[in-house]
Design a protein around this ligand. Structure first.
Ligand SMILES: *[C@@H]1O[C@H](CO)[C@@H](O)[C@H](O)[C@H]1NC(C)=O
Ligand SMILES: *[C@@H]1O[C@H](CO)[C@@H](O)[C@H](O)[C@H]1NC(C)=O
Ligand SMILES: *[C@@H]1O[C@H](CO)[C@@H](O)[C@H](O)[C@H]1NC(C)=O
Ligand SMILES: *[C@@H]1O[C@H](CO)[C@@H](O)[C@H](O)[C@H]1NC(C)=O
Ligand SMILES: *[C@@H]1O[C@H](CO)[C@@H](O)[C@H](O)[C@H]1NC(C)=O
Ligand SMILES: *[C@@H]1O[C@H](CO)[C@@H](O)[C@H](O)[C@H]1NC(C)=O
Ligand SMILES: *[C@@H]1O[C@H](CO)[C@@H](O)[C@H](O)[C@H]1NC(C)=O
Ligand SMILES: *[C@@H]1O[C@H](CO)[C@@H](O)[C@H](O)[C@H]1NC(C)=O
Ligand SMILES: *[C@@H]1O[C@H](CO)[C@@H](O)[C@H](O)[C@H]1NC(C)=O
Ligand SMILES: *[C@@H]1O[C@H](CO)[C@@H](O)[C@H](O)[C@H]1NC(C)=O
Length: 518
């Protein structure tokens, strides 16, 4: 036998490939040879004339081809018998008893009834160790049928060579062996002879304001491509979905659209004011609303809110509260009467002021609470009525008590004169509510002493600060030449109205020093 073995026609390798049309087999042998040499895939049988044990035979098949043959159907048996040359030994096939079951070693499948082709009386386990199977080739009887044999027997190997390679179908299909060639049963999403083409879906473009993030496991916008969508700030996709390109070349969902984020609808009482500006839609992202209140009320809270990208307003809607002014208390020395159309000391409250007797209002008698929360004027005060300021003449001592302010309502002034003076007028003055003193300011008159006569032959010289011969007048006396003063040369008018001494006299004098009285 020639060592490189024979090559004969292929048959279906796979269980699902029953029922091949064997009348083309002869033709196929030719095709096979040429195909092999051209390197195109297709599966083929190969045998070898050298005999070997089952294990060696299997090794031989695996080393040089794909594996030992597995037989799918009756026709295959018949075919192999017809086309394999007759020799001294029959051939090993890839069937073995494993744990008492006849098993195709290539696929590890237990022999099924459909392909069973035992020769009559077989398997008989004749020598009690017949765990391998040979096929009778060109035997007088039972050609093409099987016999269990001891695996140590030496027989010719019968191999097949598969034409499917791992990448035959581009990794995207099942490679199915067929006569002289193979066929790809493409996985979902793939097509083409070698499943080299992938189903393509419509190319997607992110919508306006949208962002797209796709993964393309098999090609741009192709089968199993996944696209996620997002929106620019302030926009959203209401029902977010991941789009998938299906085997039918459709996307699982329509292209999502980005909608502007919507903030809560705002409302204010009809009397109040809300002005909104929504560049992208009413109460939508970037809308701003400003608030105002009816007259006399003020915004409590933020008077401006904005719709954020999160769909939240920057602040709560404000409320309107009536404007409040400072609470007023009764003025000192006066009275206050207020009207409060809305609430105490709130917008439009009006207060009238009056003062007690002896007091006058300093400020406006009526003030009102303005929209601004300010009174129209400062709260007035009640001030004591002023009497004229008293001018104190010389010699007068004044002692006033002023309950409010000097020389004002209720002031009381007592007067006394210094020693040497006598009060003329009222000793006590009151400042009345009318702003008038009860009487005129009194005056102090200097005490009067007697008129002094100038002594004979003498001179009198007086200084009188408060009037001639009045209190504190001082009179000095002197005599003509040749005369001497008898008595005090100086007299003063005292507070009692008395002079300090008698008026002196001037007397003549002798040579002996005797004073001569005239
Ligand atoms: C194997 O042996 C047979 C019969 O002797 C012969 O016809 C055939 O050519 C041989 N095959 C090879 C490949 O040598
Ligand atoms: C087949 O494989 C065996 C090893 O099992 C090797 O010795 C032999 O040369 C190979 N034969 C052919 C024809 O390639
Ligand atoms: C033989 O195969 C049958 C069914 O295929 C299974 O139930 C049984 O367990 C197998 N026997 C052994 C010994 O593996
Ligand atoms: C796109 O999606 C991938 C995987 O989910 C992620 O790693 C990547 O950061 C995303 N890119 C963008 C721009 O969102
Ligand atoms: C996918 O698209 C990119 C850019 O449009 C292109 O460079 C690349 O070749 C494409 N890939 C495939 C597999 O079509
Ligand atoms: C929203 O307003 C901000 C500034 O307030 C501006 O920068 C941004 O462009 C606006 N967005 C849109 C979509 O108009
Ligand atoms: C002050 O005004 C109130 C309200 O007008 C009045 O009832 C009250 O009698 C007044 N009090 C005085 C002391 O005048
Ligand atoms: C407040 O007073 C003014 C007049 O002073 C009046 O026109 C206005 O209606 C009042 N407003 C309220 C809210 O009472
Ligand atoms: C009384 O006089 C004082 C001081 O001169 C002055 O401040 C005050 O305003 C006056 N009061 C009145 C009611 O005129
Ligand atoms: C002023 O009068 C008060 C009481 O009227 C009295 O207590 C006080 O001593 C008097 N002062 C003078 C300096 O006279």
């Amino acid at each position: 036998m020639v060592s490189h073995g024979g090559m004969i026609c292929p048959c279906s390798r796979w269980p699902q490939m029953h029922g091949y049309i064997f009348r083309f087999l002869v033709l196929v042998v030719v095709i096979c040879e040429s195909l092999i040499f051209e390197g195109v895939h297709g599966w083929t049988y190969h045998y070898h004339n050298r005999t070997m044990t089952w294990n060696k035979a299997r090794q031989f098949c695996k080393n040089n081809y794909t594996d030992m043959v597995a037989i799918q159907n009756m026709e295959e048996n018949k075919y192999l018998d017809e086309y394999l040359p007759k020799a001294r030994t029959h051939v090993w096939i890839g069937l073995r008893k494993i744990q008492n079951n006849w098993t195709w070693i290539g696929t590890n499948r237990v022999l099924d009834d459909f392909a069973k082709n035992w020769a009559p009386g077989e398997p008989n386990n004749g020598r009690n160790n017949e765990d391998c199977v040979e096929m009778y080739i060109k035997r007088i009887s039972h050609a093409g049928q099987w016999n269990d044999e001891s695996c140590r027997k030496k027989k010719r190997p019968l191999c097949y060579k598969a034409s499917c390679y791992p990448d035959s179908c581009s990794g995207h299909g099942e490679c199915v062996e067929t006569i002289g060639y193979y066929k790809c049963n493409c996985h979902e999403g793939f097509y083409g002879d070698n499943c080299e083409k992938v189903i393509k879906c419509m190319r997607l473009e992110a919508s306006d304001r949208g962002l797209m993030n796709c993964s393309h496991p098999y090609g741009n916008f192709s089968y199993n491509s996944l696209c996620d969508f997002n929106c620019v700030e302030g926009y959203e996709i209401p029902e977010k979905k991941t789009l998938k390109c299906t085997a039918s070349a459709d996307w699982t969902d329509p292209l999502p659209q980005c909608k502007v984020k919507q903030c809560m609808w705002l409302e204010v009482p009809s009397k109040d004011v809300m002005k909104c500006f929504g560049p992208l839609g009413r109460f939508s992202y970037n809308s701003t609303c400003t608030f105002g209140c009816r007259e006399g009320y003020v915004v409590h809270g933020s008077d401006r809110v904005q719709c954020l990208a999160s769909g939240q307003w920057t602040d709560r809607t404000p409320t309107c509260k009536v404007q409040v002014c400072e609470t007023l208390t009764l003025p000192d020395y006066g009275n206050m009467s207020c009207t409060h159309p809305i609430a105490d000391f709130h917008y439009n409250s009006t207060c009238d002021f009056s003062c007690n007797e002896g007091f006058t209002l300093n400020g406006l008698s009526r003030i009102q609470c303005k929209v601004s929360g300010q009174w129209t004027a400062q709260k007035p005060t009640c001030e004591a009525v002023n009497c004229s300021e008293l001018k104190i003449p010389h010699g007068l001592l004044i002692n006033c008590s002023d309950p409010f302010r000097p020389f004002s309502y209720s002031s009381r002034c007592d007067f006394v004169c210094k020693a040497g003076f006598i009060l003329q007028g009222s000793e006590r003055l009151h400042c009345e509510a009318s702003g008038q003193w009860t009487s005129k300011t009194p005056i102090c008159k200097a005490v009067q002493c007697n008129l002094l006569k100038i002594p004979n032959r003498g001179i009198m010289q007086c200084r009188s600060p408060f009037g001639d011969f009045n209190y504190n007048s001082n009179c000095a006396f002197s005599c003509n030449e040749g005369f001497v003063l008898q008595g005090s040369g100086n007299l003063q008018c005292q507070a009692s109205g008395e002079w300090t001494a008698q008026v002196p006299s001037c007397e003549g004098m002798t040579k002996s020093g005797i004073i001569l009285f005239y």
